[in-house]
Write a protein that binds this ligand. Structure first.
Ligand SMILES: [Zn+2]
Length: 682
């Protein structure tokens, strides 16, 4: 009975892990998952003899004293590299001369750490780092914490699998942010972060790092209950050039089929694998991914190209270090050098001055780059970047490339050092440093550039969400003198829009209409649109939720403001001061007279969720987070932007991030969208 239940739970949880971490397609809620996991843990606690290595409870950490060296049964070879398409063609032509036209398999080369996993009769028994290819380190316990690595396969086969452990770019950025916050050194790149995480003696640390794995090689071995026919062959590693055991070849004719078999066993395989007819096909694949690689959430530094036919692979064999039937095409570097022509100073909506590098146009990651970010003036000082310098620019996960390094040539020192501006590039006002910040600020409320940035923000999705009125329209309206600030938008008529370039009656009507419609946006949106310092979307939501109307908020004392959870003393002060500023009060009057009045707060439908605080995270399927918040408020509940011990529930959608982690740490109940709907309906 108990054993049956334990087996059932193990299977369900392993299946759920597979769906979530391998297929990226969750099929049960976190709530259900947690319930099953807790039940399994409890049953195992009562029946410790029933704990098996493939139990999902065994993924949690343990502490090792050191890692033990482990001699690989089959050598892990390196790959020869090619750096251009000509060499790639040459490699292929050599093969065709001897073996005729060959199908090739192209796979992205993941920039991570190669490891070998051993399964006996479908159970994960050992994981070893590549090391020098002959001997690696046994890091089984750490690998067990990685949920993309199955503890039990869908079929009871014995197999050695190779693949690459990697850290997703988003997780890498999050980890570095945390490191910086804790005063620790950030990792240089996702690969280093993955390596550092794998080499933790305390595997509970590894468990917290979001690592994953793509598998790319299968070496099958004979085993009990094996469903495929295999030749028994105890071919131990012998330092000769034969590596792939014969039995694999009797099971599969091609490399591609063996990868598809890995998928069937439950391994995570990179979805971008492609079968190519010839070298030209493979070159096209390389070209395609040289551009698209920046869109991926993992780092890739090239393409591995293999001969598909395993019999041909066998015949071609190996050199002393690498197989002859495979090559790694390396992408051109993500960093290029160019000349810094100028440093342009832009003014943001808060008045912060941001330096932008103007560059001699250069090709990088599939596009021409002429501008790059310099972050702030401290960064310019740190880099000691001077106009005329040769600089390295880099485009990684970011959409906007950035200047990362200056080439220290002789001339660099002959060029004048860059000095931050003293006056606003837009209005010439004296720039100020705000306490505790690195940015320089233009504090002139009428600064034209600042106003323009504010208008752009006013119409944006996060603020008043005015469709059809984009940056280019705003620029035209601004240049023509039709608008000086966001309020002027509400004074425009149809004719004004029709005077703009390429604007016909229909689109003029749409623009005019969209602006009128925005007049009754909820208070939280209007507050966001004000661009009050430190008040973003989340804080605006808290304020609107607490006070309901603009009048109440304006009358709130600084103390009452700072008492709201999630609003500290600094924000309370900024908000309080905003509503004490005469210019702002005049603006509010004007907005009102133009008919801009937030929709009244929705009445509570019931008190069903009274006293409960929800935190929302991730992407929901059937509603937006704003809509879910609205439902919570209508039922008397509250929402908060951060997870604390006072949080009742975390509603987690897809791609939920750190809030979910924190909820798990604090033991806060996690709801799926389905749970939430069930809870709020009926
Ligand atoms: Zn200014």
């Amino acid at each position: 009975m108990v054993l049956e239940r334990i087996n059932f739970l193990k299977d369900e949880i392993n299946k759920a892990n597979y769906k979530y971490y391998v297929e990226d397609n969750p099929f049960i809620s976190d709530f259900e998952y947690d319930k099953m996991f807790a039940e399994l843990k409890e049953l195992e606690r009562q029946n410790p003899l029933l704990i098996t290595p493939d139990s999902p409870t065994q993924r949690v950490g343990s502490i090792s004293e050191k890692f033990f060296p482990y001699k690989h049964k089959y050598r892990l070879y390196s790959l020869d590299n090619t750096y251009n398409y000509e060499d790639l063609s040459d490699w292929y032509n050599k093969i065709t001369k001897e073996f005729g036209e060959q199908e090739l398999v192209c796979e992205l080369k993941i920039d991570g750490l190669a490891i070998a996993l051993t399964y006996e009769n479908g159970i994960f028994v050992r994981g070893v780092t590549r090391g020098d290819g002959i001997t690696g380190e046994d890091i089984t316990n750490n690998l067990k914490t990685i949920k993309a690595i199955p503890l039990k396969l869908f079929k009871p086969v014995s197999v050695e699998v190779r693949g690459e452990i990697y850290m997703p770019k988003t997780s890498f950025e999050k980890l570095n942010e945390e490191n910086l916050k804790n005063g620790e050194k950030p990792f240089a790149n996702p690969r280093n972060a993955a390596a550092g995480s794998l080499r933790q003696l305390d595997s509970s640390v590894t468990a917290k790092r979001d690592l994953s794995m793509f598998c790319y090689t299968a070496i099958l071995e004979a085993g009990r209950n094996t469903e495929i026919k295999l030749v028994q062959q105890n071919q131990l590693f012998d330092n000769t050039h034969t590596s792939i055991p014969q039995d694999l070849h009797t099971s599969f004719k091609t490399h591609y089929d063996s990868i598809m078999y890995l998928k069937e066993l439950g391994f995570k395989v990179n979805p971008n694998i492609r079968l190519c007819k010839n070298a030209q096909d493979a070159i096209n694949y390389c070209k395609e991914w040289d551009e698209k690689r920046f869109e991926l959430n993992y780092a890739t530094d090239g393409v591995v190209i293999k001969v598909n036919n395993l019999a041909v692979q066998e015949e071609m064999g190996f050199t002393s270090r690498a197989p002859k039937w495979a090559t790694a095409f390396k992408f051109p570097p993500e960093e290029v050098t160019t000349t810094l022509l100028d440093i342009e100073e832009g003014v943001g909506k808060t008045g912060a001055i941001t330096p932008v590098a103007i560059l001699e146009p250069v090709q990088l990651g599939g596009s021409t780059v002429a501008r790059a970010s310099l972050h702030n003036f401290d960064e310019i000082k740190r880099l000691d970047v001077r106009i005329g310098d040769r600089v390295y620019i880099k485009k990684a996960a970011e959409i906007i490339p950035k200047v990362v390094k200056v080439i220290d040539d002789e001339e660099h020192y002959n060029r004048p050092a860059y000095n931050p501006p003293e006056f606003c590039p837009s209005c010439n006002a004296k720039l100020n440093i705000h306490e505790g910040e690195v940015n320089l600020y233009c504090d002139n409320p009428d600064c034209p550039e600042k106003q323009r940035a504010r208008i752009e923000f006013w119409v944006s999705k996060d603020a008043m969400d005015i469709d059809n009125v984009g940056p280019s329209i705003i620029e035209q309206l601004y240049i023509k003198g039709f608008i000086k600030n966001a309020i002027d938008l509400y004074k425009l008529n149809m004719q004004d829009f029709m005077q703009l370039d390429l604007v016909k009656e229909k689109s003029a009507f749409n623009m005019y209409n969209a602006i009128q419609e925005s007049k009754t946006r909820p208070l939280s949106r209007l507050l966001t649109a004000f661009s009050i310092k430190n008040v973003g979307k989340e804080t605006a939501g808290l304020l609107a939720g607490e006070y309901g109307t603009l009048e109440n908020l304006m009358n709130a004392s600084e103390e009452s403001l700072s008492n709201i959870e999630g609003v500290g003393a600094i924000i309370a002060h900024d908000v309080y001061e905003f509503f004490r500023n005469e210019k702002n009060l005049k603006m509010l009057e004007e907005l009102k007279s133009l008919g801009v009045e937030p929709a009244p707060p929705t009445q509570n439908i019931s008190d069903k969720l009274k006293g409960l605080t929800f935190v929302l995270t991730g992407t929901l399927q059937n509603m937006t987070r704003d809509e879910a918040s609205e439902i919570i408020k209508q039922l008397g509940g509250k929402t908060s932007s951060s997870v604390s011990k006072n949080t009742s529930y975390v509603l987690a959608g897809e791609n939920a991030g750190s809030k979910l982690d924190k909820a798990q740490k604090l033991g806060v109940i996690i709801l799926s969208e389905d749970d939430f709907v069930k809870m709020t309906e009926g």
